[in-house]
Design a protein around this ligand. Structure first.
Ligand SMILES: Cc1cc2nc3c(=O)[nH]c(=O)nc-3n(C[C@H](O)[C@H](O)[C@H](O)COP(=O)(O)O)c2cc1C
Length: 172
């Protein structure tokens, strides 16, 4: 795991290669194996591989989502906020875990923040996605994870760039 983390970077450029069905199954397993508070599993996942839908989802916020139009897959991570008061944490754990598993099977990925983001001054990014994918009213949308075979190489962050002063021992 630490070796994966050492090489982990957000990947926003993808080739046109389709993700093999076996790998899609691994990604499904990864989200469903994510831990959740009290084992409530409040999340729901929408795997989107339809090009037109990906193009529309890429427009769900003005900045930081455009690259989704070229991704092979977008995983929309939602949860029922009535089921758990810590649904944000549960969704975040599923989001990062699926990113790490994706990396372990040779895929690049990037988190797209949806919660608290807007399409424009009248409409949230969440509402945009709700309309597009028929997400039921009770579900909140945390993120979309864009995935695909990577078409960019990024250097790992060197160890000397890590902010070790953020870690304190026993006392702030
Ligand atoms: C909670 C969260 C939200 C993020 N939202 C976006 C986003 O909306 N669009 C985007 O392009 N990247 C997004 N990212 C990726 C970060 O920009 C990225 O992780 C950060 O710049 C560090 O780069 P690295 O992942 O390559 O180390 C998000 C990351 C996290 C953890």
């Amino acid at each position: 795991m630490i070796e994966l983390l050492r090489k982990r970077r957000s990947i926003r450029k993808y080739t046109e290669k389709v993700i093999e069905p076996e790998k899609i199954e691994i990604l499904k397993e990864a989200v469903l194996r994510s831990p959740s508070s009290r084992g409530i599993d409040p999340w729901e996942f929408i795997f989107v591989d339809n090009r037109e839908l990906l193009k529309q989802l890429a427009l769900s916020k003005p900045h930081g989502a455009g690259f989704l139009k070229d991704a092979a897959l977008g995983i929309v991570i939602c949860a029922d906020e009535q089921k758990s008061d810590v649904w944000v944490e549960d969704c975040s754990i599923a989001s990062i875990l699926v990113q790490m598993v994706a990396q372990s099977i040779g895929l690049g990925s990037c988190w797209i923040q949806i919660r608290n983001r807007n399409f424009d001054e009248h409409k949230t990014s969440e509402d945009c996605i709700r309309n597009l994918l028929n997400v039921p009213g009770g579900l909140k949308v945390e993120s979309i994870i864009a995935l695909g075979y990577q078409a960019e190489e990024k250097e790992p962050v060197p160890r000397e760039n890590l902010k070790y002063d953020k870690v304190r021992i026993n006392n702030y």
